[in-house]
Design a protein around this ligand. Structure first.
Ligand code: GCU
Length: 672
């Protein structure tokens, strides 16, 4: 299945004969020597064999030869002086010992060696020289997780790539090869944990028979350095334990969780811990008993602490009674700073609302110095065209990670909050809500793979640029031909701003249809809750449009540091990107471009459509450079994206025109 996308970025496609690098690679590596026979070292051996034999189209023997051997092993096994860093870092060095040439991949742990092996293969896959290597690398963030929103019945909430890859029905006895390929793909980008089930959790996952299934998956993932975690339903003691309450301060409830933790750790000694969505969107939680998020999290933290487990408590909470959903998480969580046990992280979505094409950063970042905050990004493109639109999300992730909270003065970036360095936390984490399903190519849209890839790479090293990550991914997934790399990179790097422009330009947000969250429905005012309705967010009227979150409005701005507030507080200086997030401005408002707000809105929607046309055009030029299967697939999806960009533009502009009463600028396509 070489050309259907199944192999992701691990294609190991033969390097062309006329590429001089091939000769050099073949010369540098004539044998492989793997120190050790553990399952992890076996994974290292298999991957290096698969990768090198594929890329170099030769059979490299796994034995010690006189010279030009690739050696992989832990520092202890190799008896080396060189020091790799940390439990997951690795070192790749070219060495001459007694006149013989070696390339050595080493680490303090076997998992580190595996990461090093994947890095080495990446060098060759992206056509880098390998003769004189001295590479040290270690992850900046400790927990690098995927969150699967799997409902146990093969349905994935907000999943757009088929049904779930976890087949609970055939587990634990049937082990799909795909689980192993999943582990390989994750290990190749440093992902070291998977939360297997949905945050809207079904307590069944915590019953004996399901824990056997979870243990089977844990056994497969373990050699690849991946721990399993589970989403825990807060009311599980009632549903499967038949208790009368789930009150976190009740002794019987506490004992139930302690016994449950013990049962899990007996089956899975390296179980990661629990992820919890509580008192959010109708889910049960400690507030049902008049307790706080900290009470709930700490009860669970206490249960897993003896086994080294952790609790990841989500901060995604909002209340239909509140006057601004934006403010809720900050209001509920900041008073609890310092009240969580040591083994608790609070997981915060990147923005204050919900994975919109562009959001200002969540004001919680930098506002809870005593609590390790974990980043939650969404890979599955719930609000970004789902499985049909090409949107490379790395620029979105970077925009958030690079944002300055000013929490400890300038340069208090979110990246520093997340990696623990700003407040000296040892626990740190980034999670991506997975976009994986059972489609042949894993993510439905081939380019969804790039978002999975980018999440792993950025969690490992958030200083990488979107462009670097795209270059790597394209080289491994499509080709290293500079013309191909340049064109695909241009498509990818333009795609995020395109989706912002054709869906929600200038700071508009949450104007999609209720429930499915796919197409535009800015008029919608009939959702079961007011805070699910687009009109709650855009507030268009005869005077203008936008949500006043300044002191004259809900004053959500107050939740940021003064230096951040200043950026957004004045509608004349606030950047266009965030204008309607923070201001209700008149249709005649003069924008930085000199246009009126209305004309700028028309301009941006059109720009979004035009960018998609340009993406299509660039893709067309790649015909013949990419295998026909993948070329055609992306071509068809881009056509859908173009049609739907026009749909968004027309629907939104025609609707907003009913308020502005202003004509469409003459030089644009006229919406109809
Ligand atoms: C969004 C999404 C839900 C999900 C929720 C969450 O609101 O639409 O399906 O459950 O986020 O992150 O908990």
């Amino acid at each position: 299945h070489a050309e259907d996308g199944y192999n992701l970025w691990l294609r190991y496609k033969r390097i062309d004969n006329n590429n001089l690098l091939l000769t050099s690679y073949r010369k540098t590596i004539t044998a492989i020597q793997i120190k050790g026979h553990s399952p992890t070292m076996e994974a290292v051996r298999k991957e290096l064999e698969l990768g090198l034999n594929g890329l170099l189209d030769t059979h490299i023997p796994t034995k010690d030869t006189t010279t030009n051997t690739l050696i992989a092993g832990t520092r202890e096994a190799l008896n080396l002086e060189d020091k790799p860093t940390g439990p997951e870092g690795f070192l790749i060095i070219s060495k001459v010992i007694n006149g013989k040439h070696y390339t050595i991949i080493t680490a303090n742990t076997e998992t580190g060696v595996l990461y090093g092996a994947f890095h080495f293969l990446r060098l060759i896959q992206t056509h880098q020289p390998i003769e004189n290597l001295h590479i040290t690398s270690s992850p900046r963030v400790k927990l690098r997780l995927l969150n699967h929103w799997d409902n146990l019945n093969r349905y994935v909430e907000r999943g757009y790539a088929g049904i779930s890859i976890w087949n609970w029905h055939t587990l634990p006895d049937y082990i799909d090869d795909r689980y192993i390929d999943y582990a390989r793909a994750n290990a190749s980008i440093g992902i070291n944990g998977a939360v297997l089930n949905n945050v809207n959790a079904n307590a069944t996952i915590l019953t004996g028979p399901y824990l056997q299934k979870v243990a089977a998956l844990a056994n497969i993932l373990r050699p690849y350095g991946i721990k399993v975690y589970l989403s825990a339903r807060f009311s599980a003691p009632m549903e499967i334990g038949h208790l009368k309450t789930a009150d976190p301060l009740n002794d019987t409830v506490r004992q139930w969780w302690q016994a449950k933790a013990k049962e899990i750790y007996q089956l899975i000694p390296d179980f990661g811990g629990f992820l919890v969505k509580a008192n959010s969107e109708g889910q049960p939680g400690p507030q049902n008993y008049g307790r706080t998020h900290a009470d709930g999290a700490n009860m669970l933290a206490e249960a897993v602490a003896p086994f080294g487990g952790i609790i990841i408590w989500r901060a995604f909470v909002y209340d239909p009674q509140a006057n601004d959903r934006f403010k809720q998480a900050y209001n509920e969580f900041t008073p609890l700073d310092g009240k969580f046990r040591k083994n608790v992280l609070v997981q915060v979505k990147n923005g204050p609302i919900d994975f919109q094409p562009r959001e200002p950063f969540s004001p919680l970042f930098g506002a809870m110095p005593q609590t390790p905050l974990m980043m939650e990004f969404q890979l599955t493109q719930e609000y970004l065209g789902q499985g049909t639109h090409l949107v490379y999300e790395a620029p979105l992730f970077k925009e958030v990670l690079d944002a300055d909270t000013y929490a400890k003065g300038p340069n208090s970036t979110i990246a520093k909050v997340i990696d623990g360095s700003l407040y000296d936390h040892t626990l740190s984490g980034i999670a991506g809500v997975s976009n994986i399903g059972n489609e042949r190519n894993w993510t439905g849209h081939l380019f969804g793979q790039a978002n999975w890839y980018a999440l792993g790479r950025l969690a490992w090293d958030h200083t990488l640029s979107s462009e670097q990550i795209a270059t790597e991914w394209i080289g491994q997934t499509f080709s290293n031909d500079p013309a191909v790399v340049t064109s695909i990179k241009q498509i990818m790097l333009a795609s995020r701003e395109a989706v912002v422009n054709y869906m929600t330009p200038l700071g508009l947000h949450h104007i999609m249809g209720n429930g499915h969250h796919y197409g535009p429905a800015p008029w919608s005012n009939k959702a079961p809750r007011p805070d699910w309705d687009p009109i709650y967010y855009h507030k268009a009227d005869a005077k203008g449009i936008g949500f006043d979150r300044t002191a004259t409005g809900t004053n959500a701005l107050q939740q940021y540091q003064p230096a951040v507030r200043q950026l957004y507080a004045d509608s004349n200086t606030c950047s266009d990107q965030y204008l309607l997030w923070f201001h209700h401005v008149s249709w005649q408002h003069k924008m930085h471009s000199g246009r009126t707000l209305w004309n700028e809105l028309c301009h941006k929607y059109q720009e979004g459509v035009d960018t998609v046309s340009a993406m299509q055009h660039k893709w067309e030029q790649l015909k013949g450079y990419i295998d026909p299967e993948r070329f055609h697939q992306v071509q068809m999806l881009l056509a859908i994206q173009h049609k739907e960009a026009i749909w968004w533009r027309n629907v939104c502009l025609l609707y907003f025109q009913t308020f502005s009463g202003m004509p469409f600028p003459a030089n644009y396509e006229q919406p109809d």
